[in-house]
Ligand binder design. Structure first.
Ligand SMILES: NC(=O)c1ccc[n+]([C@@H]2O[C@H](COP(=O)([O-])OP(=O)(O)OC[C@H]3O[C@@H](n4cnc5c(N)ncnc54)[C@H](OP(=O)(O)O)[C@@H]3O)[C@@H](O)[C@H]2O)c1
Length: 186
């Protein structure tokens, strides 16, 4: 059964590997215009996006996109009445390929946009790429980590390397904000 042609993750994190605070709020210090532009342009090229309940990307292009919303509230697959072109998906009850087929999208890339458990789920399914943006100087103690198990002894980079990905060159997104982007590839 066909699935996406490739799988790519997108996240922006603090120096200590957090993507939001404990209340699921993304601090303004992680909202970097150049990163938002990179992110939304990439989503426009994806065949579909996948995310958990609190990680809808919003923005003007969102309604056009096909999406899988990961949830435990249903057994396997179910239409989503709250968002256009969307399907609710419980990975315990249906494979990614089954979800992709029912979503009915043409061949193309899948963009994984969070949150932590969804990023973690796709570490097991397998990323072809992971685009990790980071804002140096921002720390979010007690925040929500980009991957499960991130802490003082385990960085997001450790997790990506342990899952077979290799870093590309660091790109500067915003010098003044200290924001950089590294694309990891299989
Ligand atoms: N900085 C960044 O790049 C970035 C990226 C993404 C998100 N964020 C932020 O980070 C926060 C993340 O929120 P969150 O931690 O609540 O994550 P989330 O993934 O948005 O939502 C969690 C929900 O997703 C579903 N889910 C997740 N993993 C699942 C799995 N393996 N199987 C079935 N269902 C699963 C569950 O939904 P049900 O309860 O329906 O079962 C779970 O309650 C938000 O504030 C978001 O805005 C930041």
């Amino acid at each position: 059964m066909p699935g996406p042609s490739s799988i790519a993750g997108y996240a922006i994190v603090s120096a200590d590997g957090m993507l939001a605070d404990a209340n699921r709020r993304i601090p303004d210090s992680l909202k970097i215009e150049a990163d938002q532009k990179f992110f939304h342009n990439a989503l426009d090229r994806a065949a579909a996006v996948v995310h958990g309940r609190h990680s809808h990307e919003g923005g003007p292009g969102a309604a056009r996109r096909h999406r899988l919303i990961v949830t435990r509230r249903i057994a396997a697959l179910s239409p989503d009445t709250r968002h256009p072109n969307s399907l609710l998906w419980n990975p315990k009850g249906a494979s990614l390929e089954e979800a992709w087929a029912l979503l009915g999208v043409p061949a193309g890339p899948l963009a994984v946009i969070g949150g932590p458990d969804v990023y973690g789920l796709f570490l097991d399914i397998g990323y072809d790429k992971f685009h990790l943006s980071r804002v140096a100087g921002v720390r979010i103690p007690g925040g929500r980590p980009v991957f499960p198990g991130i802490g003082p002894r385990r960085s997001p980079e450790d997790v990506l390397a342990n899952h077979g990905l290799k870093p590309g060159a660091e790109r500067v997104l915003d010098q003044a904000a200290g924001a950089t982007l590294v694309s990891w590839r299989r």
